[in-house]
Design a binder for this molecule. Structure first.
Ligand code: DC
Length: 207
């Protein structure tokens, strides 16, 4: 625990395990947690409902982030599309930066946290895995929730999102300078959390 700002920036592609690692770190160190993908998902869902993307991003409220529908693959695709719009990214920036520097520490996961939102973060992690390993995990997760989507569709969805998220001109997904990379293709989630925990412990201010 720390009373000063302390930011853990965690980036990586869809279904890499970054959300699981982020939540474990937040719980362990008593940090606040923001899943920034939800911001883009909420904007994408509103665009699908007929709203203007920038207007939706500028008027976003925390309440809409609790909608379980935002976890669907359709919301993920819609998010990836609005996330390529610089005006949408700009509208969401201040909220994320303020969250990152709150007293008591914060963990944020997304695509550009260590590169654009918080390049000065005390800890930067880049969590990745092969597209097939990520598709297998996401497919299992969706099946457990009763979603009948096939493995092939999940893999195609992940590959399409990777392509868009890594090749857009504004804030493309990449490892930030100084980031610790965790490739979870062959790593258990426990080992990945343990490695992330060590990276945070190494940077925490000594009591
Ligand atoms: O992490 P996620 O799958 O919930 O993110 C959904 C989409 O939002 C993702 O395909 C790209 C976009 N995104 C982004 O561009 N920047 C972020 N910081 C977080 C998400």
């Amino acid at each position: 625990m720390t009373t000063r700002p302390f930011t853990v920036a965690l980036d990586g592609p869809a279904a890499s395990g970054k959300g699981t690692i982020a939540r474990a770190l937040a719980r362990q160190f008593g940090f606040a947690y923001l899943d920034t993908g939800l911001l883009y998902r909420a904007v994408g869902a509103q665009v699908n409902a007929g709203r203007d993307a920038v207007e939706a991003a500028e008027s976003l409220t925390a309440g809409v982030l609790d909608d379980p529908g935002l976890r669907s693959s359709q919301a993920g695709q819609a998010a990836s599309k609005v996330a390529a719009m610089p005006a949408v990214r700009a509208a969401l920036k201040d909220f994320q930066r303020a969250f990152a520097r709150r007293a008591g520490g914060a963990v944020l996961d997304g695509r550009d946290i260590g590169t654009v939102i918080c390049p000065q973060a005390e800890v930067k992690l880049y969590v990745t895995a092969s597209a097939e390993a990520r598709a297998r995990r996401r497919h299992r997760e969706l099946a457990e929730r009763g979603d009948g989507i096939s493995y092939a569709e999940v893999l195609a969805d992940i590959e399409a999102r990777d392509e868009r998220d890594m090749n857009r001109s504004d804030a493309p997904l990449r490892a930030a300078e100084g980031a610790v990379t965790l490739d979870t293709t062959e790593m258990s989630i426990e080992d990945a959390v343990a490695a992330a925990t060590r990276a945070v412990e190494a940077r925490l201010p000594q009591a």
